[in-house]
Design a protein around this ligand. Sequence first.
Ligand SMILES: Nc1ncnc2c1ncn2[C@@H]1O[C@H](COP(=O)(O)OP(=O)(O)O)[C@@H](O)[C@H]1O
Ligand SMILES: [Mg+2]
Length: 248
Amino acid sequence: MKELLTVTDLSSGYGAVPVVRSVDFTVHAGEVFAIVGGNGAGKTTLLSTVSGLLRPTAGSVRLAGTDVTGWAPERIVPLGLVHIPEGRRLFTGLTVAEHLRLGLWNVPGGRSVERARTERVVDLFPVLGERMDAYAEVLSGGEQQMLAIGQALMREPRVLLLDEPSIGLAPVIVRRVFAAVDRLRAEGLAVVLVEQRVGQALELADRGLVLRHGRVAATGTPAELADGSALRTAYLGAAAGRTTEEGR
Ligand SMILES: Nc1ncnc2c1ncn2[C@@H]1O[C@H](COP(=O)(O)OP(=O)(O)O)[C@@H](O)[C@H]1O
Ligand SMILES: [Mg+2]
């Protein structure tokens, strides 16, 4: 499998406050890589550093062989890495169709590219096809998350960073969103999935890491992560679900 994203010894923070410390991980084409950890562990900070929203204080980020360390997002996105932020960040007063078009910002190809890519998004999320003229703010939470993913897919990324897509969604909707992620993986995308819902994320993931106080507490396959104590410690028994129950 082709190595698409390589994060090496990455550190970052806010001002003088370090948050992410010496994080390493690699994601290949056709792989879902889960980053799990409790509230405040540094998951969002880590994703933002990878996507260029935050500058690293040390370490490097390579995207399909290109060193993009310290690059701004507008230089990284055209190389095929798109970050879907926590909380979806859609625009009030813009429709589904307008959000998808916005996803094509600065992409050459005009109407024919727009049509073809919209078709792919609607094939993945049929409900968006039925709601093209609806404003983002009237969509359900699940539809909003699908739109946020759909907007990112308009750029045909090779690497997708997804920050807590399951937040606020019913389990049945989470399954639908995760099924779409599964399909994207089958199409060869590399997906980095940040989640507090450890159980469902690890069911989907090929590999992952547990982040604790900004450091990698454990890394490996879902089975390896569930076996070790890192998950339990990272959540202090609060949100680790099954794993926590077994540990009691
Ligand atoms: N914009 C910011 N300015 C200063 N500190 C921040 C900012 N965003 C997050 N932090 C701090 O960084 C730490 C990690 O936060 P975050 O990356 O959001 O964690 P997570 O996504 O795992 O919940 C927390 O202690 C948080 O308070
Ligand atoms: Mg977060």
